[in-house]
Design a protein around this ligand. Structure first.
Ligand code: GDP
Ligand code: IMO
Ligand code: MG
Length: 427
């Protein structure tokens, strides 16, 4: 296969995108993050060692792949510099491979403060954010007052923008939380210092992608979060603040919608969700707890337990149909090894007008209807040949193909690369 391709989650995040992006990185010349920030936690296993990435693209450990951060990403400089330091021993020459768009919005200390104070307060509708300041930073971007990286390169421009921002936040923080005034000078100095440090990594990411493509080189776009957490397409208001579905690639990376040739939607063989919000297929009994244990379902960013549920073919089909998803990658199949029976949600019943509720992804009153598949009751962990999968496992993934209307091109049976079955060898 030629051309750019994308790997994105189609559920509520943590589908195993990091593993798959790292696995597919040798088929690309660059990987690009295009939205979100360090709310993401992408786990890779390299030479038996666990690495969790939050901001750096999951290609970073591949020597020959460039790592790009597009303008749709919101950046915490502290988190970025810390991650570079942590990853340096395993990923060589990071600073030579990493290119960041100067148009990225910067997460400021007051964004983190607002996120945390709001989540702790009783006067706001809390949703269980990662407390990283992601939402408030995107709010500033949409309100046209964000501090972008480029602003930190000019003291005059930075001062003007920061003055406006700090007076706004001082008012807001005082009114709602009785908070003391922000330290303008300290915030300004920190931004100027960060700008200097970021300078050698800055590049026109959109032009870099066009240049790579003009040389017949491929770019892999790496989604963070998942389509059901997308601010427009997800279970609003229990969502993140960016477009984490494929629609976000074009604006967040600076390419045209026709420049993505293949979109691989990553889904777990079940579902998980961290934080608040509807999860219609949630399993509230011992089976749910056992899936969480077998799947190690603890948040890679915040360490919170992930809620578990049965595979929801209705919501996945909806995001496939509204996002031109090309094929599925089905991960964590091995986690279901112990089950006699595996359920798949094939329909929802709503108490009221189904069409309206579906379009708004308002799943609060959605009553799931299930079909049942026979479990395989044996270990498939680490299997990397389709012929070695039990009949029941094949029946399960074929059923998902039938319900979702697209093919499963990749199956994952373990956290490391060894447990990966490539059904479409041309990716
Ligand atoms: P991401 O945010 O989509 O990159 O996913 P996370 O890294 O947050 O969570 C996925 C978790 O599942 C990580 O701990 C991975 O190491 C692990 N994982 C990925 N694929 C598989 C798989 O096929 N089987 C098992 N057992 N674990 C997997
Ligand atoms: P990856 O990339 C799972 C969730 C939070 C919260 C909501 C909003 O690892 O799949 P935010 O801090 O973004 O404003 O929080 O979104 N959330 C994630 N859940 N995986 C993620 O990333 C997530 N990033 C944000 O738990 O419910
Ligand atoms: Mg994650």
């Amino acid at each position: 296969m030629k051309g750019n391709f994308a790997v994105l989650g189609l559920q509520w995040g943590d589908e195993g995108k990091g593993k798959i992006v790292n696995f597919l990185s040798d088929r690309a010349n660059a990987a690009c993050r295009f939205q979100g920030g360090h709310n993401a936690g992408h786990t890779l296993i390299i030479d038996g060692k666990k690495i969790v990435l939050h901001l750096l693209p999951s290609s970073i450990c591949h020597e020959n792949a460039l790592s790009l951060i597009g303008k749709g990403v919101v950046i915490s400089c502290d988190a970025l510099f810390e991650e570079i330091k942590q990853i340096e021993p395993v990923a060589k020459n990071i600073l030579e491979k990493l290119k960041i768009s100067p148009a990225c919005s910067l997460i400021q200390p007051y964004h983190i403060l607002v996120d945390q104070l709001k989540e702790k307060s009783n006067s706001f509708n809390t949703i269980g954010t990662t407390l990283r300041g992601i939402g408030p930073t995107y709010e500033d971007k949409v309100a046209r007052r964000a501090i972008r990286i480029i602003d930190t390169l000019s003291e005059k421009k930075l001062s003007e923008k920061l003055e406006e921002n700090i007076s706004y936040y001082d008012f807001w923080l005082e009114k709602y939380f009785g908070h003391s005034k922000l330290d303008f000078q300290a915030i300004k100095d920190e931004n100027l210092k960060n700008g200097e440090r970021l300078k050698p990594m800055l590049a026109d990411v959109s032009a870099e992608i066009r240049k790579l493509n003009s040389e017949n080189k491929r770019v892999l776009f790496e989604g963070a979060q998942g389509a059901l957490l997308d601010v427009d397409q997800g279970t609003y208001p229990y969502v993140t603040s960016s477009n984490c579905s494929p629609a976000g690639i074009a604006s967040g990376a600076g390419i045209g919608p026709h420049d993505i040739d293949y979109i691989l939607g990553v889904v777990k063989a079940y579902v998980t969700r961290v934080g608040e919000g509807p999860l219609p297929t949630e399993i509230d009994d011992a089976i749910g707890k056992k899936i969480a244990i077998e799947g190690g379902e603890v948040g890679a960013t915040t360490g919170r337990p992930r809620r578990c549920g049965w595979f929801d073919a209705v919501s996945v089909k909806r995001v496939i149909d509204s996002n031109s998803v090309s094929a599925l990658c089905l991960t964590k199949m091995d986690v279901l090894d112990f089950l006699d029976e595996i359920k798949i949600c094939v329909d929802y019943k709503f108490t009221d007008d189904a069409e309206i509720f579906s379009e708004c992804m308002d799943l609060d009153t959605a009553q799931p209807e299930y079909i049942s598949c026979k479990g395989w009751k044996q270990s498939i962990k680490g299997i990397n040949k389709i012929e070695e999968l039990p009949r029941e496992t094949i029946d399960f993934y074929k059923k998902i193909e039938e319900l979702c209307g697209i093919s499963v091109d990749v199956i994952s049976t373990a956290p490391d690369d060894a447990g990966t079955i490539m059904l479409n060898k041309s990716i």
